[in-house]
Each structure stands twice: as C-alpha cells, then as structure tokens.
Design a protein. Structure first.
Length: 282
C-alpha cells in the first residue's frame, strides 16, 4: 500500500483538524506536522488542538492515525556537550514532546540527531546516546523516535548509516528507535540515490530495514556529496523524478509513510501536483 503525503501546517483555530483537511486537499493519505513552531518552544495545550475533530475527519476519509508523523523542533540538540543548558533543555523538551505525540494519536516522532558544535563526532554521538537514554528511561508512551538521516553540513551528525547505528546500538531501550530516511539528505551526504537498491541493501546490512519508519521524499538543489541540505521540487533537482518515483514505489518500502518536504512555488504548495505525479502507475 502506498502512503504518500507531505508536510502540512498546524495553526489556529483548527489546529490538527485543519492539518488533516489540508492533507486531504492535496490528495494525501499521510502527513507530517510540528506540534508547535519548529524554531521555538511555544506550545499550545494539546486539549486545544481539536484532536477529536481531527480523528473524526480521518475516520471519515480512511486516513490512518499512524500516518500522521510528528517532527520534533529544530531547537533540540542533545549532541551539544559544550553548553549543558542546551543539552538539558533538549532532554526535557523531548520528554514532553513524546507525551504530546501520544496525545495526538501518532506513533512516530522524527528527530534530527543533533550537531556536536566542534566538540568532535565521538563526543556528539555519545551525548545523543546519553540524552536518548535519559529521555526514554521512564517514558511510558509507545511513541518511536525516528532519527533522521542528515546531509552532514557543519558539525551535523547522522549523515552516515554507521553513525545512526552507533546511536541505536548504544541506547538501552532501542526498540523505541528507528530511522527517517531523507532522499535529499542522503544524496547530499554522498549516497548514490540513483542506485537505490545498493543504498537500501547497505542500510539493511548496517541498520536493518525493520528500523526504517518514514521516508522524506525530496529532490536536491545540490550535486551529490555537497553536504548542504537544500531541498528541490520533485524532478527539478540533481536526484531527478525517475529515481524518486522508483523509491516511492519500491517493493521493500511498501507500507512505509512517504512525506514530501519540497519548496513552495510562487508562494503556493506544490504537493497536490507532486503527489498526483508520483502516484501515477507506469
């Protein structure tokens, strides 16, 4: 089954109900939202998010609750060992975010692993492990954290499958961990997305396909290995439509949530057209 959607907004007054309405307008049967602004810690109480109304709308349209993916805000950086307050904030915020995700009815929270801010890769990875252990230690939700593959810009961690596996293998409750594979990010990190079978086999050998929870489907403005992380619209970048189409319809990814995060065009969301094109059967 193909579950294909996109990032949608969640704002007053309808909040989550409005998010689902937006996704349905694009012809999507999956979507991704932030529970609040991605760049700050302001959060509206979950009781005000119109969750009941959203679930009713989803039931009416056969939209599965597990296909609502939540993305953690960018302000979380549990890889930071140079500023204890940043690490502690990230742990505390992430604990609360897991509870919000469960209240919404979702089961997956996508998280950028973090940046070591020049403290070194090993220090950063170990800090992520410590942070996730602290977050999950007493957590009683069933939400899984999907560590996102990153492009590797600056001191960003998670740009290789080996780094993600290091984190996963050292976290005690690692049954709660998975991966969100971003096509733009792995391309910018140096993986050859045009040879996706090889990439997927490598992922399976290092991490395991059972850990792959979500796929972000994005083209890239950059040459492979640029480490820049600049998303492009489907078929207009260096990855190309054919490669992305094959990924969306790959038999080993059947049933995985596919989420578009492509740029607006002239101030308008391109998702309806991109979803329709990717859904077309050869």
């Amino acid at each position: 089954m193909l579950y294909l959607g996109c990032h949608v907004s969640m704002k007053a007054p309808k909040y989550l109900e409005g998010s689902i309405q937006e996704a349905l307008q694009y012809g999507a049967n999956a979507c991704m939202v932030y529970t609040g602004p991605p760049s700050n810690s302001k959060r509206v109480d979950v009781e005000k998010l119109n969750i009941v109304q959203a679930k009713r709308l989803m039931e009416e349209n056969h939209f599965k609750s597990e296909n609502v993916i939540i993305h953690a805000p960018y302000i979380i950086n549990i890889a930071n060992t140079l500023k204890p307050e940043t690490y502690e904030f990230g742990v505390s915020f992430l604990k609360n975010e897991l509870k919000r995700v469960e209240a919404i009815g979702s089961t997956i929270l996508v998280l950028h692993p973090g940046s070591h801010v020049n403290a070194g890769i090993e220090a950063g990875l170990d800090s992520i492990v410590n942070g996730l252990n602290e977050v999950l230690k007493d957590d009683d939700t069933s939400v899984r954290i999907a560590l996102e593959t990153m492009a590797g810009k600056g001191s960003e961690l998670g740009s290789s499958f080996e780094q993600l596996q290091y984190i996963i293998s050292h976290v005690e409750k690692n049954d709660r961990l998975g991966v969100c594979l971003d096509t733009c990010h792995i391309h910018d990190a140096g993986y050859d997305v045009s040879d996706f079978d090889t990439v997927l086999n490598e992922f399976d050998a290092i991490i395991g396909l059972d850990r792959l929870l979500v796929v972000h489907v994005n083209d890239s403005k950059n040459e492979r290995g640029a480490h820049k992380d600049r998303h492009e619209n489907i078929g207009k970048g260096h990855i190309g439509f054919d490669s992305l189409y094959k990924i969306v319809h790959h038999e080993k990814l059947d049933g995985k949530c596919m989420i578009l995060e492509t740029p607006y065009i002239d101030g308008k969301a391109p998702y309806k057209e991109e979803i329709q094109k990717l859904k077309e059967i050869d």
